[in-house]
Design a protein around this ligand. Structure first.
Ligand code: PEP
Length: 250
């Protein structure tokens, strides 16, 4: 049975003091009915993993280099993240696609590296506002998915997050019908690529301005298996009701 997933992306936020939010979440959800993943900055992965060693919560990272080691100053490899206690890594977030000019091919290489290191790759896709207004959303999503997903992808080692760029951190969200359309497309493309059973088992997250007040409605949408949450994952009083909403939708 597929477990739904509530994933938090802390982005470049948080020092040691914020680890208290992870402790609070673990205390509020001692036996969660859904999977919980928190991706703090890389500097906190070791401490966060140690804090959650006795809890079902998984700790992840926000990026990795495609190579296992080498002369790449400032980068962190997938085996290093696994060694630090991460179980997953977010890849291809639109902020990295934009700020670091990451291409689908690079994201696919990074995902392959994550899989080789035993990490779950949370691969992000999403259209810009200009692309949506030009009615290109479905084409953009299809090409990003095909090109960002390596052949090593399976339901066990990959999660796909649909995150419209215009909905991230803006308070704007697509309509339920728009989310359903993209998630339905992803499910059918995955079925062609991986076969129907594997496609049905692979978790598809929605991300972009998810908050306690809209979580229930979003989790009711067909083919939405959870959420990737930015701003509302930073504080346990905001993230906890999102987890509870997902539990009640499961
Ligand atoms: C994100 O950055 O992945 C995200 C979804 O951010 P927010 O929830 O703040 O829109």
């Amino acid at each position: 049975m597929k477990r739904k997933l509530a994933a938090g992306n802390w982005k470049m936020n948080g020092t040691n003091a914020r680890l208290a939010e992870i402790t609070a979440l673990a205390t509020a959800h001692p036996a969660p009915g859904v999977d919980i993943l928190i991706c703090p900055p890389a500097t906190l992965v070791v401490q966060a993993a140690a804090l959650t060693a006795d809890h079902a919560m998984m700790i992840g990272a926000q990026d990795c280099h495609p190579a296992p080691s080498g002369a790449h100053t400032g980068d962190i490899s997938a085996p290093m993240l696994a060694d630090a206690g991460a179980g997953a890594v977010i890849l291809g977030h639109s902020e990295r696609r934009e700020n670091h000019h990451e291409t689908n091919d690079l994201i696919s290489e990074k995902a392959r590296a994550a899989h080789a290191a035993g990490l779950i790759a949370v691969i992000c896709l999403g259209e810009t506002l200009a692309q949506r207004e030009a009615a290109q959303t479905l084409d953009v999503i299809a090409s990003q998915m095909h090109a960002s997903l390596p052949d090593s992808a399976s339901a066990a080692n990959t999660v796909i997050a649909y995150e419209p760029v215009w909905a991230i951190g803006t308070g704007l969200t697509p309509t339920s019908a728009q989310i359903a359309e993209v998630h339905g497309l992803l499910r059918s493309l995955l079925a062609e690529r991986l076969g129907a059973p594997e496609a049905a088992a692979l978790r598809l997250l929605y991300g972009g301005s998810v908050k306690p007040s809209n979580a229930l409605e979003i989790f009711d949408i067909p083919n939405v298996d959870g959420a990737l949450v930015g701003g509302a994952s930073l504080k346990s009083p905001d993230f906890s009701p999102i987890i509870t909403a997902l539990e009640s939708a499961s």
